[in-house]
Design a protein around this ligand. Structure first.
Ligand code: AMP
Ligand code: MG
Length: 397
């Protein structure tokens, strides 16, 4: 048996080059991995501009105590530029976002102004107040986004503020999904005694989408060697990554390992973890292959631990660490030393900080334990039973 961390490291070592870049409109790039470094071609904002609606003046004209009466020389809406220069004793009515005119260095908010005919009486503000400096958000020439980062809504906004309409991102890896097992039938199809509806292909579909991949539904394969072989070869021809569930344990009909040994390279590992021990990893021609366990909880967990970082790396992502932090256990948990165990947990923020309990029965076939969960509780190899009040690692789902 190998530790989880070794299995992850070996898998990541297999993923060499990321998928190629493609240019996408910003509105299609959310959640994808940036494939270029972005340097700002311009200052944002492009000019000193007013942060408020008010009066642009020379700061020196304001009376340090009491108010000053200045002559109003014009009116400047956002989107326009004032052609003249503000001289001593003058004020220009200015709207938020309009460029501060030459001569002026300060804006007095409207709330501190009283109009008196041709003049305006202004209460004092500090010199330079209410002016947003050119380039205070982004300075021309600076590296603002680096390749390998995931584009979130704020990055799309920043790119747009730099004038970009398109951006280079890595093509989403195509991930073929196959379920194996004579007992597994398509949801909604007639189900004979002894058969169950396919759960895994649908959990995996969602996991692939969330990890930035493009799922490719390749259906269910019966436990027939020749058919499994043909379907896997076909899948490898169409996808960057092929995922199966089921057929990797030691039963008489667990054919995935044997077929993989014939058509590709296979590493079969017993990973020291609970749930989800059996895992087949390898290649079929140019594609990466993962044979995930059939038990629904184990297949979700093996995806999160082994497939997700591989997909992230394949999509060009640089940070492959999931978010983890500690919480206080509010109940006792059994744990066998020597393997890493993953409980499904409910994490709550209370007056005492983060607290976590399990979702109840933790069998690897109990998919509702994942449905009830908002986190995984990660109990490291060396650890034994957990007592209430101990600190444990959690990973939000
Ligand atoms: P196996 O590794 O093929 O022996 O499968 C282990 C367990 O997972 C068995 O109880 C299977 O019936 C179940 N199983 C396998 N594939 C699926 C699936 N796609 N959806 C739900 N359960 C499955
Ligand atoms: Mg099976």
């Amino acid at each position: 048996m190998i530790p989880v961390a070794d299995a992850t490291a070996r898998i990541l070592a297999q993923v060499a080059a990321p998928t190629p870049p493609e240019a996408l409109p910003l509105v299609e790039a959310l959640g994808q991995v940036l494939a270029e470094d972005i340097r700002a071609p311009l200052d944002v904002p492009p000019a000193d501009n007013s942060a408020v609606d008010g009066y642009a003046v020379r700061g020196a004209d304001l009376a340090p105590r009491g108010s000053a009466a200045l002559r109003v020389v014009g009116d400047l809406p956002a989107g326009s530029v004032y052609a003249g220069t503000i001289g001593p004793g003058e004020a220009l009515r200015i709207m938020t976002g309009a460029p501060v005119p030459s001569g002026a260095d300060t804006v007095v908010p409207k709330e501190l102004a009283t109009v008196e005919g041709e003049c305006v009486r202004l209460d004092p503000v500090g010199v330079g107040a209410n002016v947003r400096a050119r380039g205070e958000d982004v300075r021309a020439g600076t590296l603002v986004l680096a390749h390998g980062m995931v584009l979130r809504p704020q990055e799309l906004g920043l790119l747009a503020s730099l004038g970009r309409r398109d951006v280079a991102v890595h093509r989403r890896p195509r991930v073929g999904l196959l379920s194996t097992g004579d007992e597994v039938v398509e949801p909604g199809a007639p189900r004979r005694p002894g058969q169950i509806y396919d759960a895994n292909r649908f959990s995996l579909f969602g996991l692939v989408e969330q990890a930035g991949g493009r799922p490719l539904d390749l259906g269910i394969v019966p436990d027939l060697r020749a058919e499994l072989r043909a379907r896997l070869e076909d899948a490898a021809g169409r996808a960057d990554v092929v995922l199966t569930s089921g057929g990797v344990s030691v039963g008489d009909y667990d054919l995935v390992k044997a077929v993989l040994a014939e058509i590709g390279g296979i590493d079969f590992w017993q990973v020291a973890m609970q749930p989800g021990r059996p895992l087949a990893v390898g290649r079929i021609r140019g594609s990466h292959f993962f044979g995930l366990p059939g038990n629904p909880v184990a297949s979700v967990l093996c995806f999160l631990l082994f497939v997700r970082p591989a997909l992230w790396k394949l999509a060009g992502r640089r940070d492959l660490e999931p978010l983890r932090f500690t919480a206080t256990a509010t109940e006792a948990m059994t744990k066998r030393p020597g393997r890493r165990e993953f409980k499904r947990g409910i994490l709550r923020f209370t007056a005492r900080g983060w607290e976590v309990a399990t979702t109840g029965p933790q069998g690897s076939g109990i998919l509702s334990s994942v449905v009830a969960a908002n986190c995984l509780i990660v109990l490291e190899e060396a650890r034994a039973d957990v007592r209430p009040g101990e600190s444990v690692l959690v990973e939000p789902l």
